[in-house]
Design a protein. Structure first.
Length: 68
């Protein structure tokens, strides 16, 4: 799964979002490293509907505010 790292710091599923200017594209291999191996990001509980991911620091999640 690929994700987009937005300029505002949010992480969104690439398949569920459109590209925006300034996005940094994170491919499948780096996504796997960040989520499975490093456990640095985690899917939002509502990921299947909102496509959001969050940074993890220890036992705390760093969430960015979703666009409304």
């Amino acid at each position: 799964m690929s994700i987009r790292w937005r300029k505002d710091g949010s992480l969104v599923c690439a398949a569920m979002s459109s590209e925006k200017e300034g996005d940094c594209y994170i491919d499948d291999r780096l996504h796997y490293q960040l989520s499975v191996i490093s456990k640095a990001i985690i899917a939002d509980i509502g990921h299947e509907s909102n496509g959001l991911w969050h940074w993890v620091h220890g036992d705390k999640f760093l969430r960015s505010q979703a666009e409304i």
